[in-house]
Write a protein that binds this ligand. Sequence first.
Ligand SMILES: Nc1ncnc2c1ncn2[C@@H]1O[C@H](COP(=O)(O)OP(=O)(O)OP(=O)(O)O)[C@@H](O)[C@H]1O
Ligand SMILES: [Mg+2]
Length: 507
Amino acid sequence: MQNEYLLSIKNVCKSFAGVTVLKNVCLNIRPGTVHSLMGENGAGKSTLMKCLFGIYKQDAGEFFFQGESFNFTDPKHALENGVSMVHQELNQVTKRTISDNIWLGRYPQKGIFVDEKKMYNDTMDLFKRLNIHLDPRTRLDKLSVSQRQMVEIAKAVSYDAKIIVLDEPTSSLTAHEVSMLFDIMKVLKNEGVGIVYISHKMEEIFEVSDDVTVLRDGSHIGTERIENLTMEKIVNMMVGRDLDNRFPPKTNVPGEVHMSVKNLTTKYKPIVQNAEFELRKGEILGIAGLVGAGRTELVEALFGARTLETGEIYIDGNLIDNSNPHKAINNKFALLTEERRETGIYPVADITFNSCISNIKEYKNKFGLLDDKKMKDDTDVQIKSMRIKTPNRRERIRNLSGGNQQKVIIGRWLLTQPDILLLDEPTRGIDVGAKYEIYQLIIELAKKGKSIIVVSSEMPELLGITNRIMVMSNGRISGTVNTEETTQTEIFNLSTKYLNNNEEAEV
Ligand SMILES: Nc1ncnc2c1ncn2[C@@H]1O[C@H](COP(=O)(O)OP(=O)(O)OP(=O)(O)O)[C@@H](O)[C@H]1O
Ligand SMILES: [Mg+2]
C-alpha cells in the first residue's frame, strides 16, 4: 500500500498577497506512468509544481515520496532527491555551452579543475541515449528555441530523476522533436519514472497520458484514467460547462485587395523565395506549412525584420517602404511574434506598462506627458475582453501564468490599432476557453476592415477561422486555397510539394 504511489500531494494550499491560487489540491502519481495536469490559464498548474520543487513554499499541505513526507527547500535540493522539472519559461545561461548548462553547479572535477573531457563525454552519452544530435560545445545562443528545450529536457533526465515534471515542453518543438520527446518519455516510464505532464494540446494528452487530473481556479476537479475520458469531458471539467463550438461564426466579409506582395525573396537563410500574394480588406488569411517552411520568415520580412533581396509591398496600390520594423509600425503593421515570451516581455513592469509600451505615442497628452488615465482605461478593457486572470492591472507581468502573459502581449499589439495584423501562432500556450475569445477578437477586427494574417501549425484553427489558406513549402508558396472548399489532405500535400528539391513530387 505504502508504495502504490510514487508521489502524493495532499491538500496543498497557496496564496499570493491574499489571493488564493491553490485550494486543498491533491494529486497521486503512480510509478511508471504519465500523469497529465490540465486546466485553464491561471488554474494553478505551474504554481503547484513550483511548490513541489521548492521554488514556492506552500501555506499548507504535504508531499509524500513513496509514502514518506518530504519538503524541498529549493530546486537544488529537489534535484538531488530525484525530482526534476522542465519549466514553462526557459531559464538558461545562453552565453555558455550546452554541457556547461547541463552540468552547472555540479561540474566533474579533476583536482581543482573542471574535467572538461568527462563533461563532454557524459553529455555525449546522455545525448546518445536520448537520440539528440547536438554538439555539447555549442553555445546556447546559437541554438533555436526548440533545441534549447531539448537541452533542458536532457538536463532533467541527467539527474537520474524518479519524478520529472514537464511544464508545456512541446510548445516550441517541431513534430519530429515531439515524437522524440515521447520516445524519451516511454524509456523513462519503463524505468519506473513518474512523469507529470502539463500541456494545452488535447491530441498530445490522449497520446501520452495514463492518468489525467484537472484543476479549475486552484481546486482539484477530478482525476481519471485516460480510457475513461473524452475530449468533451476534459473540456467540461476545465471550464465548468460544455463548449459546443470551438470556433465563433465567421461573420467577416473580405472586400477589396488591401495589400499585395510581389516577388519577395529574403536575403539570408532561411530563404523565402518569390512570394507573391494578395490580402483583402477584412480578410483572415491563414499560412500553413511544416516547421521550417518559411512562414515565420515571411511575416517577419513583411514587418521589416528581415532583409529583402527583392520584393515590393503595395498598400491600396501604393508602394510602401517596410525596410525596418519602425517603418512598418508607421505603415500600420503589427507583428505578434512566435516567441513572445522570449522577446516581448518586460518582466518586472506591470500589466499596464506591458500593454501600452508599443503604443506609447498615443498616450502622450498635449504637454508631452503620459495620459495615465487613458493607459489605465485601455488596459482594463484588455484585461476584461480577453479575461486576463490577474488581481489588477498593477500586477507585475512575471506573476501572471504563462498563458495570461501571452494575452497581455496580444493586447499590446491590438492597442496599436494596426491595419495589417500579422499573428504568428497566436494561440500557442493558450487554453481552450481563452482560444475562443482570441478567435472572436480576430474576427471582430476583420469585421472592422483590418486585414489579418494568421500563421498556425494547428490545422483545425486554420480551417476554423480563416477565409483562405496559403500554404508554404520549403520557402515557397505552394498553393492558396479557399477555406470552405479545402481539406486537411489537400493542405498537407501542398505543404510537402517542394520538399527535397523534388518539385514534381506527389505525396
Ligand atoms: N509569484 C506570484 N505572485 C502573484 N501571483 C502569482 C504568482 N505566481 C502565480 N500567480 C498567480 O497564480 C495563478 C496561477 O498561476 P499558474 O502559473 O500556476 O497557472 P497555470 O495553470 O500554470 O496557467 P498557464 O496554463 O497559463 O501556464 C495565476 O492567477 C497567477 O497570476
Ligand atoms: Mg503554467
